[in-house]
Design a protein around this ligand. Structure first.
Ligand code: DGL
Length: 258
């Protein structure tokens, strides 16, 4: 590997752009290939084996383009295929994301931590293991919000329909003392503001993306793969879907600040 090679960042679709925003803020001089597998999104409702097959196809595409590291900017792919991909590509620096349960649990005492993630993430061993570690320290509950993934993929993140559907989900946990929310799917930060409004302003929200970006910096530093020069890097946008609207939507999500 060479420091001048690009970094591959991928997700089942456009959600990983919320992670790419954090990474480029820390490492503006690097070149990136962002790969969205929107033709196969959502991953969150698929069986583990299928997610492994799909992510292998994406890895092959990124490796063929000479990336020096790959960020799995998708909690679902990280949970279902992270270890599998590390075993298959031992030479490739791989950074995976996981729901920010640890900082949420450790942030305060009392109340309940609500983890929002896909059905696949919530059923996988990686998340069950996190629960085992932290369940003695906080009440932890969870549910999936597949409608957010759908809304982000269509660029429809402010709709009244989405708000109504989320209000209904949150009504089911009313009275459970939720005071912290973990955004355990990389599509969800694009509706962070709506979630905050529904949950209430005193609820703290946690996102795994900044920690993932810091982890990438650590891995590249350890392997001497950080670009040393001061330059403005580039982003190449790639997607498995042929929908021509996706390029503009990707760029719009990338510059969105909530
Ligand atoms: N963005 C993905 C995640 O972080 C999942 C969305 C999907 O279901 O494809 O889990």
């Amino acid at each position: 590997m060479d420091a001048n090679q690009p970094i591959g960042v991928f997700d089942s679709g456009l959600g990983g752009i919320s992670v790419l925003r954090e990474i480029t803020a820390l490492l503006p001089g690097e070149d990136y290939i962002y790969y969205g597998d929107s033709a196969n999104a959502p991953y969150g409702v698929r069986p583990t084996e299928e997610i492994r097959q799909l992510t292998t196809v994406v890895f092959e595409k990124l490796i063929a383009q000479g990336v020096k590291a790959i960020v799995i900017a998708c909690n679902t792919a990280s949970s279902a295929a992270g270890e599998f991909l590390r075993g298959k590509y031992p030479q490739m620096p791989i950074v995976a994301i996981e729901p920010a349960v640890k900082p949420a649990v450790l942030s305060k005492k009392g109340g309940t931590v609500l983890v929002l993630a896909t059905a696949a993430t919530l059923r996988e061993h990686k998340f069950r293991h996190l629960l085992e570690i932290y369940k003695g320290q906080a009440e932890i509950i969870d549910f999936a919000c597949p409608e957010i993934v759908e809304a982000v993929e269509h660029g429809d993140i402010r709709s009244a329909g989405l708000r109504k559907s989320l209000e209904e989900r949150f009504a089911l946990v009313k009275g459970k003392g939720v005071n912290r929310i973990v955004l355990g799917c990389t599509h969800y930060p694009f509706v962070r503001k709506m979630i905050q409004e529904i949950a209430g302003s005193d609820v703290m929200i946690f996102d795994g993306a900044p920690g993932t970006a810091r982890q990438l910096v650590r891995q590249l530093t350890e392997r001497n793969l950080l670009r040393g020069d001061s330059r403005k890097g580039s982003i190449v946008w790639q997607n498995s879907s042929v929908d021509p609207a996706l390029l503009a939507l990707s760029k719009r999500l990338f510059s969105l600040r909530e």
